[in-house]
Write a protein that binds this ligand. Structure first.
Ligand code: ADP
Ligand code: MG
Length: 846
C-alpha cells in the first residue's frame, strides 16, 4: 500500500484565496512527485497501490488536473503524458524510466511557472459581491415575495415588461431562477498589461497617462474619447465611442474627458484587441478608483457576467438587475438531498447552486453550480427510469427453462451453424438466459456493431422460448429486414421442425388471416414481422419473448405497445447503431444492456476512402475491376426523387446513368423505398443470387441485407448522412473474406463535413464513431428522428456531462435501494413529477 497514491485534495466551502490556491497546487504537484518517487524506488514495477496500479493512478491524476485553475498554463504536455501512461504496463523498464523523467520535467516547469505567476500578481481589486447573506436581508423589506410570486409583483417591473418576459415563458419568480444564462463573460481574470492577449476578456488596474477626445473623421455623429493607461508592465489604449446627436457633441465628450484626469487609477474590464498600433480595449467597463482600499461601485467590473437569451425590449443590464434583485429568494430553495450525499459527491447544496449559476464568484463556484444543477436533472430522470424499471420487473412473466443439451432446439441450432459462437456471443447468450429463467420480465438492450452476429443471438433466445413451450415474436423495422430474418430462420426450420411465419404490411389478407389463426391456436411458434405484427388483432396464444431488431428505428411508442399486450413477455431489443452510453442511459435507462464487443473472426477491415467530385473516375474504375473479379457493388443514395433544393442525385437518375452509360456492360438494378414489396424482394433476391452486379439503392438497405460477395459500397452525397448511419451502411460490405471498399463521395464544399467523414476513414469502431457523431451533430440528430424521445434538459448536455450522468445513475440506484417507492422522500417525488411536466416527456420516454 502506498500512501502517495491517495489523491489528497481537500475541497472546502471557504473562498479560495490566492495563497490557498497556490498551496493546493503545490500539494497537487507534490503528491504526484511522491508517487513517481515510490515507483522509481521500487524499480519501475508499476507498483500496486491501495486501489490502483501506479500507471492508472498517474493517468487519472494527470487527466483530472489540479483542482485550482492555473492561468494560461498549458496542460497539454501533462495530458499527453497521461495518455502515455496508459501504455506503461507494456513498456520496457527503459521506456518507463524515460517517461517518468519527462513527467518530472513537466512538473518542474509547472512549478516554476506557478512561482513566476505569484511574483507577477497584478494589483488587487476590492470587489463587492452580492452575498447570499446580504441579499437575504432584503426579504424583510415591505413587500414580501416568494418563489411562487409573479414577476410583475417585483418592484419596478411594469406590466409591459412582465408581458415581454412572459413571451420567454417567464411568469413566476421561480421561472426566472430556472432561466439559466446561455453564456458568461468572464472578467474575473485580473491581469497586468503585459500578460494580456488579444481575444481575452480581462480586468486591468492601471493609471491614466493621457486622455483626449475628438470627432470621428468619418462620421459626424460619432465622437471618440481615447485614454492611454499604464501599469508597471506596459501600456494600452482605451477607446470609448459616443454616438447620437447629444452624446457626440464635443462639449459632452470634453465633459467626459474630465472624468479621467491624468494620474487617476482606473479599473477596466473588456475584450483585448491587438493591432499594429498595439493593444487596446474598445468601450470597456471602466471605473475610477479613488483609493486602493475602496470597494468598486460597479457590479460588473472584474466579475463573471451571466449572458441571457433575451427578447426584444429587454436589455441585458435590466434583466441582470432583475435577476439580481430576486436572487435572495434562492435561500428558500430546499434541497431534496441530504448533506452526507452532497459531501460524498462533492456537490454544493441546491440554493447555493442556483445562486451561483446567476452570480458566480469565480470559475470554480460556477463549475460547481453547473455540476449540481446538471446532476439534479440527470438524477430525477434516472430515478423515474429506474422506478419504471423496478415496477416493470414486478409484473409476472413467463418463466422459461434452459436445457443445455444438444437435443434442445437451441443445442440443435448451434450445432448446425457452420461456425462456433464468438466469446462475446456466448457471454451475451448467458446474460439473456439468466434473465429469462426468472419470473420477472427481461428488458434487455443488446448493442453490437454491424456484423457482430446479433441475429444468431436473437434466434437462440427465441428457440429457448419455444423449447419451454412459449411463442416468440421477432420484430424488424423494415419489410426487407423482416423477410431477411425470415429467410435466415427458414434455413434451419427443416432441421428444427417448428412452424415459423412472416407477417408484414404487405401480407395478403387471406394469408394474414391464416397466420393469425395459427398464432392463436399456438401452432405457429415464431412470428417474424414488421410492426404490422403489433397491430391489435394480432394475438398470440402464449407469447414468451419479443425480440426487436434495430431498436433505434422504432418509435418508442411502438415499443410500449408491444409491452402492453396483456402479460409481460420478455423483451430483447437489439441495435447496431451503438448509441453512446450517455444516450443509452438517458433513453433506455430502464433497460439492462448487453454488449457484443467482438466481431466474428475472418473479417478483413473495410478500406474507406473519401471521393471528391473529380475522383469519380477512380471510383468507377475500382468498381469495374471488382466486378471483373466476380464481386458485387452497392451504390447508395440519400433520396429517391430529385430535390432541387438540395441538388442531390436521385436514385432513379443515377440508376439510369449507371445502367445506360457508365456500366452498360453490367447488370444494374434499382431498389428504393417507394417500390412495391414484391418488387423489392425480387431485386434483393436477384442481388443475393448474383443475377445483378450493381445495386443502386436508397437507405432501405441500411439494415439487414447480407450479401457477403459485395465488396464495394459507393455512397453518394455522403456528407448528407450521419456518421453512425454511414457506418451502418458500410457494414453491408466486408462480410466476406475478401478485401472490401467503402467510397464516400462528397461535394467537397465544406471542411468541417470532410473532417467528419474522416472519422470513418480512421475508425471502424461503431461506439467510437457514434460518440464522435454525438459531438458533431448533437443527440437529436444522432438518433435520427425529431421525436427521439430525448428530454430537453435545461442545462445538462449529453455530449459534455457524461461523467455526471454516470454518477447520477449510481446515486439514483442507491436512493431507490433504500427507499424503493420514494415514500420517505416526498420532495424527490415531487421534483420528479415537476421535471416530468416541464420536459413533457411522459409519453415519450419508456
Ligand atoms: P448483425 O449483428 O449486424 O445483425 P448478423 O447477425 O447479420 O450481424 O451477422 C453477420 C454475419 O456474420 C452473418 O452472415 C452471420 O451468419 C455471421 N456470423 C454470426 N456469428 C458468427 C460467428 N460466431 N462466426 C462467424 N460468422 C458469424
Ligand atoms: Mg442485424
Amino acid at each position: 500500500m502506498v500512501e502517495g497514491y491517495n489523491k489528497n485534495i481537500t475541497s472546502s466551502d471557504s473562498k479560495p484565496t490566492p495563497d490557498r490556491q497556490s498551496s493546493e497546487l503545490t500539494t497537487w504537484i507534490r503528491s504526484l512527485q511522491q508517487a513517481l518517487t515510490v515507483e522509481v524506488d521500487h524499480g519501475f514495477i508499476n507498483i500496486q497501490g491501495r486501489t490502483n496500479k501506479f500507471s492508472n493512478f498517474v493517468t487519472g491524476y494527470l487527466l483530472s488536473g489540479p483542482s485550482t485553475a492555473v492561468n494560461e498554463f498549458d496542460f497539454s504536455r501533462l495530458q499527453e503524458l497521461a495518455l502515455d501512461y496508459e501504455k506503461y504496463q507494456t513498456m520496457s523498464t527503459d521506456d518507463r524510466r524515460k517517461i517518468i523523467v519527462q513527467t518530472r520535467q513537466a512538473l518542474h516547469t509547472l512549478f516554476k511557472y506557478k512561482e513566476g505567476e505569484e511574483r507577477a500578481e497584478p494589483n488587487k481589486l476590492k470587489i463587492r459581491r452580492s452575498q447570499e447573506s446580504t441579499l437575504h436581508k432584503r426579504s424583510s423589506s415591505a413587500y414580501s415575495l416568494s418563489l411562487q410570486s409573479t414577476i410583475s409583483s417585483v418592484k419596478g417591473v411594469g406590466s409591459k415588461q412582465a408581458e415581454r418576459l412572459s413571451t420567454l415563458g417567464l411568469i413566476l419568480i421561480r421561472d426566472l431562477i430556472n432561466y439559466f444564462p446561455r453564456d458568461y463573460v468572464d472578467y474575473s481574470s485580473l491581469k497586468t498589461i503585459d500578460k494580456t492577449q488579444a481575444g481575452q476578456n480581462v480586468t486591468i488596474v492601471a493609471k491614466v497617462r493621457r486622455c483626449s477626445s475628438f470627432k470621428s473623421p468619418k462620421n459626424p455623429n460619432l465622437a471618440i474619447l481615447e485614454l492611454f493607461i499604464k501599469d508597471k508592465t506596459g501600456g494600452m489604449k482605451i477607446t470609448r465611442f459616443f454616438a447620437g446627436r447629444r452624446s457626440s457633441s464635443i462639449a459632452y465628450v470634453k465633459s467626459q474627458q474630465s472624468l479621467y484626469p491624468v494620474g487617476a487609477t482606473v479599473a477596466v474590464s473588456g475584450l483585448v484587441k491587438e493591432s499594429k498600433y498595439g493593444k487596446s480595449l474598445n468601450d470597456p467597463l471602466i471605473e475610477i478608483i479613488d483609493s486602493p482600499n475602496d470597494y468598486l461601485k460597479s457590479r460588473t467590473i472584474g466579475q463573471i457576467l451571466p449572458v441571457y437569451s433575451l427578447t426584444e425590449g429587454i436589455t441585458a443590464d435590466k434583466f441582470r438587475d432583475l435577476i439580481q434583485s430576486i436572487l435572495y429568494l434562492t435561500s428558500n430553495i430546499k434541497d431534496p438531498l441530504p448533506k452526507e450525499t452532497l459531501n460524498r459527491l462533492d456537490l454544493p447544496n441546491r440554493k447555493e447552486a442556483f445562486f451561483h449559476i446567476h452570480n458566480p464568484e469565480n470559475s470554480m463556484t460556477l463549475a460547481k453550480a453547473k455540476r449540481r444543477i446538471v446532476f439534479d436533472e440527470f438524477l430525477l430522470l434516472q430515478l423515474s427510469l429506474l422506478l419504471r424499471r423496478d415496477l416493470h420487473k414486478k409484473s409476472d412473466s413467463p418463466q422459461l427453462s434452459i436445457e443445455p443439451n444438444i437435443n434442445s432446439l437451441v443445442g440443435k441450432f448451434l450445432s448446425i451453424l457452420p461456425f462456433s459462437l464468438t466469446n462475446a456471443q456466448r457471454r451475451v447468450l448467458k446474460e439473456i438466459e439468466s434473465d429469462i429463467v426468472k419470473a420477472e420480465p427481461m428488458s434487455r438492450l443488446l448493442q453490437g456493431d454491424v456484423g457482430s452476429g446479433k441475429t444468431v443471438i436473437a434466434i437462440s433466445a427465441l428457440l429457448t422460448a419455444v423449447q419451454s413451450g412459449w411463442q416468440g415474436a421477432f420484430m424488424a423495422p423494415t419489410e426487407v429486414l423482416a423477410s431477411q430474418h425470415f429467410q435466415t430462420l427458414s434455413k434451419w426450420i427443416p432441421q428444427l421442425e417448428i412452424n415459423v411465419d412472416l407477417l408484414t404490411g404487405s401480407t395478403p389478407k387471406s394469408r394474414r388471416k391464416q397466420i393469425l389463426t395459427d398464432l392463436v391456436n399456438g401452432s405457429t411458434k415464431i412470428l417474424v414481422g414488421t410492426h404490422a405484427l403489433f397491430e391489435d388483432p394480432v394475438v398470440f396464444e402464449r407469447l414468451g419473448l419479443v425480440v426487436v431488431d434495430e431498436q433505434h428505428r422504432f418509435g418508442v411508442k411502438q415499443r410500449n405497445k408491444l409491452l402492453n399486450k396483456g402479460l409481460q413477455p420478455h423483451l430483447l431489443t437489439m441495435t447496431a447503431t451503438p448509441i453512446p452510453r450517455t444516450l443509452a442511459l438517458t433513453l433506455h435507462g430502464d433497460l439492462d444492456v448487453s454488449q457484443l464487443d467482438e466481431l466474428p473472426p475472418g473479417r478483413t477491415p473495410i478500406n474507406t476512402q473519401l471521393i471528391s467530385p473529380n475522383e469519380k473516375k477512380y471510383a468507377y474504375d475500382l468498381i469495374r475491376s471488382e466486378i471483373k473479379k466476380g464481386h458485387q457493388i452497392y451504390v447508395v443514395l440519400p433520396l429517391i426523387e430529385e430535390s432541387e433544393k438540395l441538388e442531390l442525385s436521385s436514385a432513379v437518375d443515377v440508376h439510369y446513368q449507371l445502367s445506360t452509360e457508365i456500366f452498360s456492360e453490367f447488370n444494374v438494378e434499382l431498389l428504393h423505398g417507394k417500390m412495391k414489396s414484391v418488387e423489392k424482394q425480387e431485386v434483393i433476391q436477384n442481388f443475393i443470387n448474383k443475377k445483378s452486379d450493381i445495386l443502386v439503392s436508397t437507405t432501405v438497405i441500411e439494415v439487414g441485407v447480407d450479401v457477403p460477395n459485395a465488396s464495394v459500397m459507393l455512397i453518394e452525397d455522403s456528407d448528407r448522412f450521419g456518421l453512425a448511419q454511414l457506418h451502418q451502411l458500410r457494414g453491408r460490405v466486408g462480410r466476406g473474406a475478401s478485401k472490401s471498399y467503402c467510397l464516400l463521395s462528397h461535394q467537397n464544399k465544406n471542411k468541417l463535413s470532410r473532417q467528419r467523414l474522416d472519422v470513418l476513414v480512421n475508425s471502424n469502431d461503431g461506439f467510437e464513431i457514434s460518440e464522435i457523431d454525438l459531438r458533431f451533430r448533437g443527440p437529436g440528430q444522432v438518433l435520427g428522428t425529431k421525436q427521439s424521445g430525448l428530454p430537453d434538459f435545461a442545462l445538462a448536455s449529453l455530449a459534455d456531462d457524461a461523467d455526471v450522468l454516470e454518477i447520477a445513475r449510481k446515486e439514483a440506484r442507491i436512493i431507490l435501494d433504500s427507499d424503493p417507492l420514494l415514500s420517505n422522500n416526498s420532495m424527490l417525488r415531487l421534483s420528479i413529477k415537476e421535471q416530468w411536466d416541464r420536459l413533457k416527456i411522459g409519453n415519450k420516454l419508456n
